[in-house]
Design a protein around this ligand. Structure first.
Ligand code: GRG
Length: 297
């Protein structure tokens, strides 16, 4: 498997997910159309679509029908995009650049950006609960609860709370690891879990995917910290040097650039090893781990 094949598979997946989101968020001629436009602005036309790719590739391991996998992938991307919109707000990170474009509250206004985030979060669950996502209601409720747990107080939102508090605290590596697993890792993990849920994966297969996602999530976050230190806003598509400016402890501030990079590469290699039982079918997921740590945006 070559890098070009991975690039091709990722861009095919990204456009299929964008088409699905485009369809799910269609604008009607109604006075509140501005809300849908802001939701579309936040989800369409940017982003690497790593989480949707994880959903699609893990679903493919179990021969899940593409329409079902795409709807689950769109739901995860909606939750991810909502988190970026809210994270960029003046009350949080106060950013004006995201995915190479003005942030949602800069393009629209703060109130609209808050509502767009709320709309995306709730739409994600509406999509998962719909029978077009899976004919079995048990599978649908499992998807809904898995995403809710990953995104809520025990996961992404809880991690964001810790992140806000981190500016006033001296966190060590174990505490940073827990924060990042909640803030970033849980959504990455649930993306893989959704493929397993949709595909009625065996307990062994689900465990292997969980181990893969655990290591990938940490590698992803270390790479994000490295980009914050080493990247430029034009390359990365968002403001960089934010963590150091805020005096926040990160993997890079605690371990140093060299050790952090080695750790990310080690985790990426280790994550791919968990996929052995899937044979060639797991190749894209394995390659994605390398993409995630070597990326420039
Ligand atoms: C505000 C509820 C709430 C949560 C915010 C995920 C998050 C929590 C904040 C995003 C800020 C941030 C830089 C997090 C670090 C890792 C991360 C999620 C990076 C962005 O994800 P990418 O690189 O972005 O996959 P694209 O644009 O490619 O989708």
């Amino acid at each position: 498997m070559t890098k070009t094949e991975l690039d091709h598979a990722m861009s095919e997946a990204a456009s299929a997910v964008s088409d699905t989101i485009d369809h799910l968020l269609s604008v009607h001629d109604q006075p509140e159309a501005r809300l849908i436009e802001a939701m579309r602005y936040a989800t369409l036309g940017g982003g690497k679509r790593v989480r949707p790719f994880l959903v699609l590739q893990s679903a493919a391991l179990f021969n899940v029908r593409e329409e079902c996998a795409l709807r689950a992938a769109a739901a995860v991307e909606m939750v991810h995009s909502y988190s970026l919109v809210h994270d960029d707000l003046p009350a949080m990170d106060d950013d004006d650049l995201r995915r190479g474009k003005p942030t949602c509250h800069v393009e629209y206004d703060e109130a609209t950006a808050i509502l767009a985030g709320d709309g995306l979060l709730t739409k994600a669950f509406e999509v998962l609960a719909d029978e077009r996502t899976h004919e079995d209601p048990n599978v649908r409720i499992h998807l809904v609860s898995a995403l809710a747990e990953a995104a809520g107080d025990q996961g992404m939102v809880g991690g964001q709370m810790l992140d806000l508090m981190a500016e006033q605290m001296d966190l060590d590596v174990a505490e940073i690891t827990r924060l990042q697993q909640m803030k970033t890792g849980r959504l990455i993990a649930v993306s893989c879990a959704m493929g397993a849920i949709l595909g009625h994966a065996s307990p062994q297969a689900a465990t292997a995917l969980r181990a893969y996602a655990h290591d990938l999530g940490l590698a992803f976050q270390i790479a994000d910290d490295l980009l914050d230190v080493e990247g430029s806003a034009s390359e990365v598509g968002k403001q960089t040097h934010k963590d150091a400016d805020a005096g926040k402890a990160t993997f890079v501030s605690l371990l140093g650039v060299e050790q952090a990079r080695n750790q990310a590469r080690m985790l990426a290699d280790q994550s791919a090893q968990h996929l052995e039982m899937f044979g060639e079918k797991g190749d894209f997921l394995g390659q994605l781990a390398t993409f995630v740590v070597e990326r420039s945006h």
